[in-house]
Design a protein around this ligand. Structure first.
Ligand code: BG6
Length: 476
């Protein structure tokens, strides 16, 4: 059984569900240019122009902007105790750095948060979830410019002043470790940091400088948040994708250890321990990267660490010093090698419930701070028949992950809550399509934008409702 006050719920993100991409004064953000089937890091040759003959799935998405009352009522029907949402930066500051916020955008989230509260749910708000206003890319080259720290402060200050009394849980950046993916990539443009790379750029230099500005902004947000909202809990978040050594060859073990640091814990080390770890300083030396970091930045980072550690968990990978010898595996944000002991989803992601218990113990051991699972879920093709979807594989996946979560709590891990990803079907971040679905609620919409947008309860809807009502007692 889970603790009585355990926050069972779900997580959605503005850019993947709201639509209404130009409504009520919203500015354009990076995700408004994503077409179906693209990856979140974009293709080469990218430019910020919209083509009238192209379908952009996020322009309408699932129209949550207009249907949020209906959707939140469905979440309440399942008994959600929390709902993680994100605020679209470009609704509040259409150009990112405007002098004055857009009142219509603020009003919209007044209504959303009031609706969540109406049902007694705890809102968990992500401040930035992959949707930077485009103007900030054009004017500052994204987070490479330190002026972005002040730009972000104006945004967070506005949110805290407006919603601080209603919102206790805040997450600063979604999956900040995704930044590191753009070092090796060949994409011209990075959605997470808003960097437009030129061929001659030292990509590691730009990415790690951007990371430093984001770490500083995160600490600044914690400082400001605590000042303005003494009871608030402000968290950092990563995509946590543990890598196991593919074999017990010490070379594989060492390579795995290093990759886990570089691609995952480094980011939590800085935000949670308040300093750059020794191994990262050496990595910078090896790469010939020099980050501009002032004494004040480092002090800010040291004095304003996050209150809780949150993460998404979908899968695990394996790693080797000799990757050419093994089969590759796709993954969320990062890819790696396949694990012969695990089953795989139709989208090629491993299914590893025990890896979640392992992650929870690892992170609690390392940071000694409350944890929050803010995304976990099973992306699958769903078929609507007789107004429902029989999604037994999803139920099995969630059941098994919750059982392991329960065991981690029994291990002594301090866990605030658990959110499934996409409790209502929404646009996939990785594929840009609708056909990869996670929801308890089916949305009638296909990859080309056809459909009524009507909502239907899947089999998992009643299953999750019972899990919450019995506080996990119904898990098998
Ligand atoms: C996380 C993101 O990486 O994974 C979400 O925070 C995303 O935005 C989710 O949707 C699932 O990934 P995908 O690619 O299946 O949508």
């Amino acid at each position: 059984m889970f603790p009585q006050n355990f926050l069972f719920g779900g997580a959605i993100a503005a850019n993947q569900c709201e639509g209404a991409y130009l409504e009520d004064g919203k500015g354009l953000s990076v995700d408004d240019f994503l077409t179906g089937g693209t990856t979140s890091s974009r293709k080469d040759g990218f430019s910020f122009t919209l083509d009238e003959n192209t379908y952009y799935p996020r322009h309408i998405a699932i129209d949550h902007y207009h249907r949020f009352r209906e959707d939140i009522a469905l979440f309440a029907e399942m008994g959600f105790r929390c709902l993680r949402i994100s605020i679209a930066w470009s609704r509040i500051f259409p150009n990112g750095d405007d002098e004055v916020p857009n009142e219509a955008g603020l009003k919209h989230y007044d209504e959303v948060i009031a609706e969540i509260r109406k049902y007694g749910m705890e809102p968990v708000v992500t401040i930035s979830h992959f949707e930077m206003p485009v103007a900030l890319v054009e004017k500052y080259n994204g987070w490479t410019d330190r002026r972005m720290i002040a730009v972000f402060r104006r945004y967070t200050e506005t949110l805290f002043a407006r919603y601080g009394k209603q919102v206790k849980y805040w997450i600063v950046f979604n999956e900040i470790n995704a930044n590191v993916n753009d070092i090796k990539g060949h994409h011209e443009y990075a959605i997470h940091t808003g960097i437009h790379f030129r061929p001659e750029d030292n990509r590691a230099q730009l990415v790690y400088q951007a990371c430093h500005h984001m770490f500083t902004a995160c600490a600044d947000t914690v400082r400001l948040g605590h000042e303005m909202m003494p009871d608030a809990m402000i968290g950092g978040m990563v995509a946590f994708i543990p890598r196991y050594p593919r074999t017990c060859d010490p070379d594989d073990v060492l390579k795995t250890f290093e990759d886990n640091r570089k691609k995952g814990v480094l980011f939590l080390d800085v935000m949670s321990k308040g300093k750059y770890p020794y191994y990262f300083e050496k990595e910078l030396e090896r790469l010939g990267v020099h980050i501009e970091r002032s004494e004040e930045d480092l002090k800010l980072i040291a004095e304003n660490t996050i209150d809780f550690v949150s993460f998404s968990y979908y899968m695990t990978l394996t790693d080797s010093a000799h990757p050419e010898k093994y089969d590759k595996s796709d993954g969320n944000v990062f890819s790696g090698l396949r694990n012969p002991y695990l089953k795989y989803s139709k989208f090629g992601w491993s299914v590893d419930p025990v890896g979640l218990r392992y992650s929870l113990n690892w992170l609690y051991d390392r940071y000694d701070k409350p944890l929050f699972i803010v995304e976990n879920g099973y992306g699958d093709y769903d078929t609507l028949e007789n107004d429902t979807v029989i999604d037994d594989e999803r139920i099995q996946y969630l059941n098994d992950h919750l059982k392991e979560t329960e065991k981690a709590i029994q291990d002594g891990v301090d866990l605030i809550g658990y959110c499934t990803w996409g409790p209502i079907d929404l646009v996939s971040a990785g594929t840009g399509d609708m056909e990869k679905r996670y929801g308890f609620i089916y949305v009638d919409l296909d990859n080309s934008g056809k459909g009524t947008l009507q909502r239907y309860r899947k089999k998992s809807f009643d299953w999750y409702k019972e899990v919450i009502a019995t506080n996990g007692g119904s898990l098998r």
